[in-house]
Write a protein that binds this ligand. Structure first.
Ligand SMILES: Nc1ncnc2c1ncn2[C@@H]1O[C@H](COP(=O)(O)OP(=O)(O)O)[C@@H](O)[C@H]1O
Ligand SMILES: [Mg+2]
Length: 272
């Protein structure tokens, strides 16, 4: 006699908590004998602004390069939205919504700000068989759509008025915001900003802080590498401290500020 079919009381495990987080486990990267990242374990949450700080050479940019697939770590894993993307190449990560800005301004001087912002969008545009038949009409429509997306990204950062200017005509603060506009134009789900305040004056830095706070969103993992401690303490929900490739501390701005190890190896040296 068979037992009555049991109806599972728990239909399905819901893993909503993990869905949008970027989870890095036991990440290790080295170049020759130089161990650049050692056993880095970190959970980068959507909906937060995460700060990543540490002295020069700590491995911050290398960590970003591992996240975007530019560098292949020797060990460890990177999972986003529950998917292991450790072996996914940079194009595949871009397709999954990974986006970044670079430590040094990398705008094309011959292109207007709007055109620079559109570069990222044009790159991901599909070139299907239809293009062979309708190259002009389709190309024109796509370009118009990309320009609208670029203008929307510039507007989110409050600099839509410079859309048709060339980079050489603009101050560093605006160029930094333009780079961030390029990084957000495609509606990323992971946004990595490498020293966005480098070279900015205090007014430009304040504008940047306001812009970053507006970018915070429930579906975005936003990570900022920065040396400007006031900016980091102001905008971040969680801060991770990297020191010679190892995670030294993680916590809220208040916890990081009060952490004796952090003060010793990093914050102290900032006051020199
Ligand atoms: N492509 C590379 N080849 C060799 N060494 C590298 C490479 N990229 C980074 N490194 C080394 O990794 C270490 C960390 O550099 P980096 O990630 O740029 O630090 P940070 O951004 O924290 O200043 C440095 O010692 C640097 O020389
Ligand atoms: Mg760096």
């Amino acid at each position: 006699m068979s037992e009555a079919m049991a109806v599972p009381t728990v239909a399905r495990a819901t893993a909503t908590v993990d869905v949008a987080a970027l989870v890095v486990e036991q990440l290790a990267l080295s170049f020759g004998g130089n161990e650049v990242l050692r056993d880095v374990n970190v959970r980068l949450e959507a909906g937060e602004i995460t700060g990543l700080i540490g002295p020069n050479g700590a491995g911050k940019t290398s960590f970003f390069n591992c996240l975007t697939g530019l560098y292949a770590p020797q060990r460890g894993s990177i999972c986003f939205g529950g998917e292991n993307v450790t072996r996914v190449p940079p194009t595949g990560r871009a397709a999954r919504g990974f986006s970044r800005s670079f430590q040094h301004v990398a705008l094309c001087p011959e292109l207007t700000i709007a055109e620079n912002v559109m570069i990222g969008l044009d790159r991901e545009a599909a070139a299907g068989w239809l293009d062979a038949f309708l190259p002009l009409a389709r190309g024109r429509a796509e370009r118009a759509r990309h320009r609208d997306m670029a203008l929307a990204a510039l507007a989110r950062l409050g600099i839509e008025q410079v859309a048709d200017s060339l980079p050489a005509q603009l101050p560093p603060g605006v160029l930094r915001l333009a780079e961030i506009a390029r990084a957000i134009a495609g509606a990323p789900r992971v946004l990595l900003l490498d020293e966005p305040a480098a070279g900015l004056n205090s007014v430009e830095t304040r504008d940047l802080a306001n812009a970053l706070k507006k970018l915070r969103g429930p579906d975005l993992v936003l990570v900022v590498v920065e040396h400007d401690m006031d900016l980091i303490m102001d905008v971040c929900d969680t801060i991770h401290v990297l020191n010679v490739g190892r995670l030294l501390a993680s916590g809220s701005p208040a916890q990081i500020r009060a952490n004796a190890d952090v003060v010793r190896v990093y914050l102290g040296e900032e006051d020199e």
